[in-house]
Write a protein that binds this ligand. Structure first.
Ligand SMILES: [Zn+2]
Length: 272
């Protein structure tokens, strides 16, 4: 068990999916060959303590509103089973911190009921960066496919929806760090007691395969900013022994950062 600043930290692997790699080869891919697919997972961070039961992100969810994601899923969505392992149900979550509003991070916040959608975490206060919410409400051509209009509208109507502006402490020992390369106003979640620190890498460092600073993802809006931001985070994580948590790594949920002549590589992390 990993405890930081009075919080117990858990990793919930709620789904696996395949991500379309064709944007990298658009126009030149051989149509007779299978499409390149990247194997990914959606992992949620559960933080329990000090009167809070905090969930970071929700994953894709039950897929009832987008066939694009449904086609890519390679496992059912296991939110309830994963929460149950820790004696919790969705109604027990007090706070939902969203790294950003791309569909694979927030789709699970709502589920179908009749013709409409209802919140899965009815008592949770929802935290998102103001700038990311603004981006999601009016996405440009580059980012439009990453947001789901219906879900963003549902958030807008939630009484417990709360926007925050900038890097700041959200709860004692838990702060959010703004990052703008993947999408404007992504927030990385950091838990620290001054000795042990864990950072949710969001989609800035979504897997261990993204440790090389120049390894950007196909849907980053600003690759140069990603490279700069990632270099700063990896440097700090390496120096201070931070544990990084990966929201999309199919093989492991956490690692530390070691310096090697060729660059940073994943190191061992405590069990949790
Ligand atoms: Zn993502």
């Amino acid at each position: 068990m990993l405890t930081i600043a009075g919080y117990q930290i858990h990793s919930l692997k709620v789904q696996e999916f395949l991500f379309d790699g064709t944007p990298l080869t658009a126009g030149t891919a051989d149509p007779s060959r299978p499409k390149p697919r990247i194997r990914l997972a959606t992992r949620l961070l559960l933080i329990v303590g000090n009167g809070h039961r905090i969930l970071v992100d929700t994953g894709i969810g039950e897929l009832c509103w987008t066939s694009r994601w449904a086609a890519n899923a390679t496992s059912p969505y296991r939110l309830e089973e994963e929460l149950e392992k820790h004696g919790l149900q969705p109604g027990d979550i007090t706070d939902l911190v969203l790294t950003h509003l791309h569909s694979d991070h927030v789709g699970g916040a709502f589920t179908c009921a009749g013709d409409g959608l209802v919140p899965v975490f009815p008592y949770a206060r929802v935290y998102v960066q103001e700038e990311n919410f603004r981006t999601a409400c009016r996405p440009d051509e580059r980012e439009k496919g990453s947001f789901n209009e219906t879900i963003i509208d549902e958030f807008r109507q939630l009484a417990l929806f709360h926007t925050v502006s900038g890097t700041q402490e959200l709860f004692p020992g838990i702060d959010v760090i703004v990052s703008n390369g993947h999408t404007r106003g992504q927030q990385l979640v950091r838990i620290s007691d001054g000795t042990t620190t864990l950072l949710h890498g969001g989609d800035l460092i979504p897997t261990t395969a993204h440790y090389p600073a120049t390894r950007v993802t196909g849907n980053d809006i600003d690759a140069r900013t990603v490279i700069e931001e990632k270099a700063v985070i990896l440097e700090e994580a390496c120096e201070h022994g931070w544990i990084l948590f990966f929201g999309h790594d199919p093989f492991r949920h956490a690692a530390t950062v070691l310096r090697r002549p060729a660059g940073f590589v994943p190191g061992p992390a405590p069990e949790f």
